[in-house]
Design a protein around this ligand. Sequence first.
Ligand code: DGL
Length: 270
Amino acid sequence: MAVGIFDSGLGGLTVRDAIARRLPDLPLVYLGDNAHAPYGVRDAEDIFTLTCAGVERLWDEGCDLVILACNTASAAALRRMQENWVPDNKRVLGVFVPLIEALTERQWGDNSPPREVDVKHVALFATPATVASRAFQRELAFRAIGVDVEAQPCGGLVDAIEGGDRLLAEALVRSHVEALLRRMPRPEAAILGCTHYPLLEEVFQDALGPDVRVFSQASLVAESLADYLQRRPEMLGPGTDSAFLTTAAPDQVSRMAAGFLHRVIAFRAA
Ligand code: DGL
């Protein structure tokens, strides 16, 4: 009854941790495509091909349901995968929709027409590929009207986080926030639209100031998965064991993961 979690690298571990806290008995198979990370600077075709390969690998592990714990893959590839590629007996879910439902105060599956919501000015921080896809704005437009979104592509940030360079990562967050605030001086909410960014949530909050509500995905995705599995228990695949897989050298990725989450995680080759 395992569920698969896919990310380009280590960022999805923030989502995996939140899911493990919310659903402690559920086996989770994590796959990081570290050999090809970061995805945020790749084009949509490339991201589609790599994401499909990763998802197929997780299906082979007995995970009929795969969560794309990666905004870049969710933004650039998910819609195309769901429309033309995912077979009827499998599911691939992304991380955007739970976030937008929280922002627009909607319950799951509320398909009523878009309506006015309290937040009017939203700052989006994400990878260059996610920003270029405009997927966030598209999903938001299905649910809310009159919301102004200003998006900041946070070039270099994923590399700095995965490389364990905390000082550089903090400096990049502050300069990306400053750049955004020049274009939108008073956002009411900020979306951390990359699964790596929760690791720097307090730096984002500090740079944005106390009046900005920062939305970060991990716990929202965990809650929405728990809800989904209650409604669709048949999507729990036949897999039985948790695992951490990577497409890069497992020893090196395990070391990076320890620096990233400050605990030992043993990756094996995908
Ligand atoms: N952590 C991923 C995301 O949520 C991707 C980062 C990357 O590979 O550029 O977008």
